[in-house]
Write a protein that binds this ligand. Structure first.
Ligand code: NOJ
Length: 958
């Protein structure tokens, strides 16, 4: 036997390094074992197997047919009974409705007759509701349900089909196939969305468990009944009850939306293969500790709304179901017949939606543009709330500011270093022993004094209030929750007990109207003692996060108000808390009505009406910084644009390069907040050494300079549902090269195109430009032009690459202040870039930034345009009872400067412009200065002190 050679020195060293690495490098990876894969989730596994069976059998026939005797169409409603024929030749009746809505959307709704009638037996003596959950819409939908009066039957339907013409100008048609059941949705004669085209419709009907006879049904029952995961057994008293459907987008190769996942904007395929995912995208609101990137794993929130996009056409679907949902995506390319000329290959995106329980409730949108989809979807689920002005400033958070003195010191330091901020946050530890609605008497003895100090500079405080209530004696919140029976119950009907931050806890059940009333009362100033009117709320852990629960949440057989099982309502659960908190904020004091501000971690479709969201516990790594951009963009196209990520990264310590770049990116998140884990080092911007401190301060000031543009963008979102920051495809829906781009963004319709630096040691950015307009560097007006290609823009560490597309007028405020509130009366600067026709336009929305008076006309909404050498401001607002009074308060607020980028060369010789304000007796003049620049950088001209009123109609003639 050969003697073993001693290992060479390098190998010993290497092993040592690896060994040390194993000991000291913390593991930063998500615990996969804590969260189900599709294979571990019975209903997902069954439906995937169903899909495999269907595609394996060449001539698969979906066993769902409309009973011809039941089919009926009247007043925009198509009704009928779907018959499912089971393997045992049993006929299951499933009542179906397709509603054609005035908005142009269509809704397919399918329920189960037996369960509607309550004609089923529950196992384990369960008291759970027998119906399929039919209340999700009460939480989610707020409008857009008016049924179309003009929808008509198309006389040319073939036998066995019902064709309905609907939508604007009857351009849409639903071709309803009776057997097997399916619907093709067409626009202008072309099919854009197909339901049950692959035959994967599956409504698992109720059936009894026949003990001792498992398998006799001829089906694999191994996942039908009790299911165990993570040490918890789900009793599943109604057995299998999933609902699934395939939705195909023929000719579409990109699909977007269905947050929340840490993944690319353009969603990936999910059935394996190179670069694809192995698991479907999962929607099951969960507290995923140290989540991983490029993953279809579920995260904290869920919006089952998807947009499919191809050149010049966008369509969408919204799957209204509150239970756990998985979505498989595959793309198939059809190759054309080589003999037929003029045809090209096309990609179809096939999706498969699978939910654990509930009804089949699907909305179909036919666009044709992304903006139209945003509008119609927003009519249903509501638009983003118009936040208070302070809420779009900078938020400073960490877990935790440790005393009220600490808060005051941080506040003072921001001023000392001249860094603006609006809100300071208190995480968990401000409470007395993690009892919400209390203050730690030792560390926060004077909460009022602290809030009053903040108020001196119009700053606010946000405190954390979670839905788990510490189970403790002598804590009135706990006593009341329990004695009034307002908590979530376990499957046996007893108060559910779980583990969270405070230890043993109970959860408020906001499905219960009485619980919401109670929750509202807790926030009143006399109950939440020490809170003042500049205090707002952060609802965290509302998935709900339960440390000892399955999938880090509640057992699915827990019971909520109405005896709904937790499985039925899981994904809307977090939103019910937000609604209650929203009401609470409105009712803190009689007569004091200001717009609430709430931050939420868990969300569902509709949460945009009441809260902002953030992407949860990210990490201080370059990859997480990069991932935040598509995540925020995705939220925007899914109708919840008030979104952001923890600036700096929650876990671990960013170095100053990463932190600087994160601030430069973070100023473009609609919700802009720095946050950090309790174990991290302090990293308030003023603590960072120079020159990075100045770089960060400059970035934050840029956010404040553009607050007028941001607020206008929020206003647009609040009336049209448009994203506040938009991806390339949304801004240029006909440029195929841009569809998958998700590392640059546009600030609403301002023409600002931003490409934040998201990688280490990078000093340039390659900005993709779609059209042939000129684009000007925001800071020095360097010109970039050339459609369909990338342009290299310098990005030294003190600069975030921002371009302005030609053709825009951007409102700004250029005077640095300590907070947004202090900028209220500051004058405006307008920056103009001209397009190819030497024209430009833009808009500005302003109100008091605080109350709801804007609903009664207390606002200014101006449209600016520049045409034929005249800049004018026109009113686009509607008047209301409060308009005149508001305009009076704003009478002294003017435009102090107009900057025109790339003006005509002949302006060099001009010294003045004529200013004509409506109502003024005569025009006046203002000075014009021309600044010539070196080659490659556009010249610019500045009108100084035109001093026209921001709320007035005026013209400036050049
Ligand atoms: C979890 C949240 O995601 C995090 O932001 C917060 O700091 C901790 N909970 C503590 O409250």
């Amino acid at each position: 036997m050969a003697r073993s050679q001693p290992a060479p020195r390098w190998a010993v060293l290497l092993s040592l390094v690896i060994l040390i690495g194993c000991i000291v490098v913390p593991s930063w990876a998500v615990k996969h074992g804590d969260f189900k894969t599709c294979e571990q989730s019975g209903f997902c596994k069954r439906n995937r197997a169903y899909a495999d069976d269907a595609s394996a059998q060449g001539s698969w026939n979906s066993p769902y047919e409309l009973d011809p005797a039941t089919v009926h169409f009247k007043d925009g409603l198509f009704t009928g009974v779907l018959i499912k024929t089971t393997t045992a030749d049993e006929k299951v009746r499933l009542p179906l409705t397709v509603s054609f809505l005035e908005s142009g959307a269509a809704r397919l709704l399918v329920d189960e007759e037996k369960r509607l009638k309550g004609d089923i037996e529950m196992r384990h003596g369960s008291k759970a509701n027998k119906k399929r959950y039919d209340e999700a819409e009460q939480w989610v939908l707020v409008g857009g349900l008016e049924v179309s009066k003009s929808a008509t039957l198309n006389a040319q339907s073939e036998t066995g089909f019902t064709n309905v013409l609907y939508g604007p100008g009857d351009k849409f048609q639903a071709v309803i196939r009776h057997a097997p059941f399916g619907i093709d949705f067409q626009r202008d004669g072309q099919t854009h969305v197909q339901l049950n085209e692959r035959g994967l419709l599956n409504m698992e009907h109720w059936r009894p468990k026949v003990d001792g006879k498992e398998g006799e049904s001829g089906e694999d029952e191994s996942t039908w009944w009790e299911e165990t995961f993570g040490g918890n057994t789900d009793s599943k008293p109604r057995g299998p009850e999933s609902v699934a459907l395939d939705v195909t987008f023929p000719g579409y190769s990109h699909v977007f939306g269905i947050p929340e996942h840490a993944d690319s904007l353009s969603l990936k395929e999910t059935r394996g293969g190179d670069g694809n995912h192995e698991n479907p995208y999962r929607l099951f609101n969960s507290d995923v500790f140290e989540y991983e990137l490029e993953s279809p794993m579920t995260l904290y929130g869920a919006i089952p709304f998807m947009q499919a996009h191809r050149k010049n056409s966008t369509v969408g679907v919204f799957w209204l179901n509150a239970a756990e949902t998985w979505i498989d995506i595959v793309k198939s390319t059809t190759t054309p017949n080589p003999l037929s000329l003029g045809t090209s290959s096309k990609t179809n995106t096939q999706t498969h939606w699978i939910s654990e329980s509930g009804r089949l409730d699907l909305f179909v949108f036919l666009g044709p543009s992304p903006k139209e989809i945003s509008k119609t979807y927003g009519e249903l689920t509501g638009y983003t709330q118009l936040p208070q002005q302070f809420a779009i400033g900078y938020h400073q958070c960490r877990w935790n500011y440790v005393t009220d003195e600490d808060v005051k010191e941080v506040n003072a330091k921001f001023d000392k270093y001249q860094i603006p901020y609006d809100v300071i946050w208190l995480d968990l530890e401000y409470t007395d022993d993690r009892k919400y609605f209390t203050w730690d008497p030792l560390t926060f003895p004077d909460p009022k004094g602290m809030q009053e100090k903040l108020d001196e500079t119009e700053r606010k405080l946000v405190v954390l209030i979670d839905p788990h209530i510490k189970k403790a004696d002598n804590y009135y919140v706990s006593d009341e929750l329990r004695s009034k029976n307002l908590a979530v119950l376990n499957k046996d009907g007893d108060i559910y007990d779980g583990w969270c931050w405070p230890g043993s806890s109970n959860w408020v059940d906001c499905f219960n109207p009485a619980a919401r009333v109670w929750w509202t009362a807790l926030h009143k100033y006399d109950k939440f003692k020490g809170s003042l009117s500049n205090l707002f709320i952060w609802n965290d852990m509302n998935e709900p996060s339960v440390f000892n629960g399955p999938d880090m949440s509640m057992p699915r057989d827990n019971l909520h108000y109405g005896n709904w099982e937790h499985r039925d309502i899981h994904n809307v659960n977090g939103m019910t808390l937000l609604n209650a908190t929203y009401d609470a904020m409105l009712q803190r004091k009689k007569g004091e009505i200001r717009r609430p501000f709430i931050l939420t971690r868990s969300f569902y479709a509709g949460s945009q009406r009441v809260a902002a969201m953030w992407t949860g516990d990210n990490q201080a790594t370059w990859d997480h910084l990069a991932a935040s951009v598509p995540m925020v963009l995705t939220n925007g196209i899914a109708g919840f644009p008030f979104a952001g990520a923890d600036v700096g990264g929650f876990f671990h310590n960013p170095d100053k390069d990463l932190l600087t770049r994160w601030y430069q990116a973070g100023i473009w998140y609609p919700f802009f907040r720095a946050h950090a884990h309790i174990d991290t080092r302090r990293r308030e911007p003023y603590l960072i050494s120079e020159p990075h401190r100045s770089y960060i301060a400059q970035a934050i000031r840029l956010r404040y300079q553009l607050l007028p543009a941001w607020y206008t963008a929020f206003h647009e979102a609040s009336v049209n549902g448009t994203p506040i920051v938009r991806p390339q495809y949304y801004a240029f829906p006909d440029d195929e090269q841009g569809f998958a781009i998700d590392d640059q963004l546009y600030l609403a319709a301002t023409g600002l195109l931003v490409k934040p630096v998201l990688t280490e040691n990078t000093e340039t950015a390659d900005v993709y430009i779609s059209d042939d307009e000129k684009y000007y560097d925001y800071f020095d007006f360097t010109v970039y032009q050339g459609a369909g290609k990338r342009h290299t823009v310098p990005a030294p560490e003190n600069k975030v690459p921002v371009l302005i597309q030609g053709g825009h007028i951007i409102p700004r405020k250029d005077r640095p202040r300590r907070s947004a509130g202090l900028m209220r009366w500051d004058p405006y600067t307008l920056v103009i870039t001209l397009d190819k026709n030497r024209e430009a336009e833009g808009s500005l929305y302003v109100d008091d930034g605080e109350t709801f008076d804007y609903e009664r006309g207390a606002y200014i909404h101006r449209h600016f345009h520049y045409r034929e050498s005249v800049l004018s401001s026109e009113d686009v607002g509607t008047k209301g009872p409060k308009t005149a009074e508001y305009l009076k308060t704003m009478a002294g607020v003017t435009v102090e400067r107009v900057v025109i980028v790339d003006p005509p060369a002949e302006w060099k010789n001009r010294e003045t412009v004529t200013v004509i304000e409506d109502g003024a007796k005569a025009g006046s003049t203002a000075s014009l200065e021309f600044y010539e620049q070196q080659l490659g950088q556009a010249s610019y001209a500045v009108v100084k002190k035109p001093d026209v009123g921001i709320g007035k109609t005026w013209r400036i003639e050049f």
